[in-house]
Design a protein around this ligand. Structure first.
Ligand SMILES: Nc1ncnc2c1ncn2[C@@H]1O[C@H](COP(=O)(O)OP(=O)(O)O)[C@@H](O)[C@H]1O
Ligand SMILES: [Mg+2]
Length: 351
């Protein structure tokens, strides 16, 4: 059993609290993405789990065993860090063998394990090369093989895709997920990229200023952000401040009153609306509808984003399929439109 339990861990640097009472359980074989903006404490959290940074407070348990004060080499964890730091003077095979040599395994066993690890990341044919003779993506895969070869209980990955171009990033992401599932390794995957987190993780943990802001399945985070911060971070472009004006009625700060899904919360709220949920010139009788004017059209390949403005000063982004994928004819700036959405399409979040 290799579940990982973080019990209220804290990291302080003098007056600065980098990680502030984070409690989290990562189930056996689960891949949890730690997501959040730069500086929110992701790396610090991961490095405490790995034993590279001592915790100020709290405990770390793996499979029920308290590892809080053990050095990294006593934790049986595999690491893949931002700059993958391969040993430049060692071949690919020697790099991968390093952790096994440290454990003083028999030569034949090391050779067999290195071969399996390199096969897994499809690099057996490059075993004798030096790191500088490899592309960035290949180096990244060597780092992954090196992390996996020790058969870790837990895999810790810190922005493992950050140095790759878009195509390689996608391939590596798929490869990491496939291997992680095949091997059933409990994994913590740190990233600042919401798309990456949503596509690799079983569960996404969103951090903000050293604390957990929200956690849940990718669909929870994407579809039901619980705060304005979470909504913005998950790519909701329309966040309209206002206040409840009755059951299922919301008055926007710009003056319009719209219908919303009835909620039991009060206070300062924002209506979060994904750009995909806004229709332009659709004829749906039970939708909220506002007259507006197209102000900017941004072509994005699969979609076109339209910035539209109402006479009251409300600015919204609506997204439609582009003509290239069967979408309607483009709209021009200056064109009057009717922007509409279903009352259930929005989420009210604390402002
Ligand atoms: N050695 C250190 N001394 C002082 N502050 C640090 C140290 N390491 C990290 N921090 C601070 O802790 C916060 C969290 O950093 P980090 O965990 O690296 O964030 P992330 O990985 O989410 O970008 C940041 O404000 C950072 O400046
Ligand atoms: Mg970091």
């Amino acid at each position: 059993m290799s579940d990982v339990v973080l019990q209220s861990i804290v990291k302080r640097y003098d007056a600065m609290t980098a990680v502030d009472h984070v409690s989290l359980t990562i189930g056996e074989g689960e891949l949890v993405a730690l997501l959040g903006p730069s500086g929110c404490g992701k790396t610090t959290t991961l490095r405490m789990v790995g034993g590279f940074i001592p915790v100020t407070e709290g405990r770390i348990l793996v499979g029920g065993r308290d590892l809080t004060h053990l050095p990294p080499n006593k934790r049986n964890m595999g690491f893949g860090f931002q700059n993958y730091a391969l040993f430049p003077h060692m071949s690919v095979a020697e790099n991968v063998a390093f952790g096994l040599e440290m454990r003083k395994l028999p030569k034949a066993e090391i050779a067999a394990k290195v071969k399996t690890a390199l096969d897994r990341v499809k690099l057996s044919h490059l075993a004798e090369r030096l790191p500088k003779q490899l592309s960035g993506g290949q180096q990244q895969r060597v780092a992954l093989a090196r992390a996996l070869v020790i058969e870790p209980d837990v895999l810790l990955l810190d922005e493992p895709l950050s140095n790759l171009d878009a195509q390689l990033r996608h391939e590596m992401k798929t490869e990491i997920r496939t291997l992680q599932q095949q091997l059933g390794i409990t994994t913590i995957f740190v990233t600042h990229d919401q798309d990456e987190a949503l596509s690799v993780a079983d569960r996404v943990v969103l951090m903000r200023a050293g604390k957990i802001e929200q956690q849940g399945s990718p669909d929870d985070l994407f579809g039901r952000p619980a705060s304005r911060f979470a909504a913005e971070f998950m790519g909701v472009t329309n966040l309209l401040p206002g206040e409840l004006a009755g059951v299922g009625r919301f008055r926007l700060a710009s003056g319009e009153e719209v219908r919303v899904h009835p909620v039991g919360v009060g206070g300062d709220l924002s209506l979060a609306l994904r750009p995909e949920r806004l229709a332009l010139n659709a004829d749906e009788p039970d939708h909220n509808a506002l007259p507006a004017v197209v102000d900017l059209a941004t072509y994005r390949g699969l979609v076109i984003d339209y910035r539209v403005a109402t006479a009251s000063g409300l600015v919204l982004i609506a997204r439609r399929p582009s003509p290239a994928v069967g979408g309607p004819a483009p709209l021009k700036p200056g064109q009057p439109v009717r922007v509409s959405w279903h009352p259930d399409a929005g989420t009210l979040v604390p402002a």
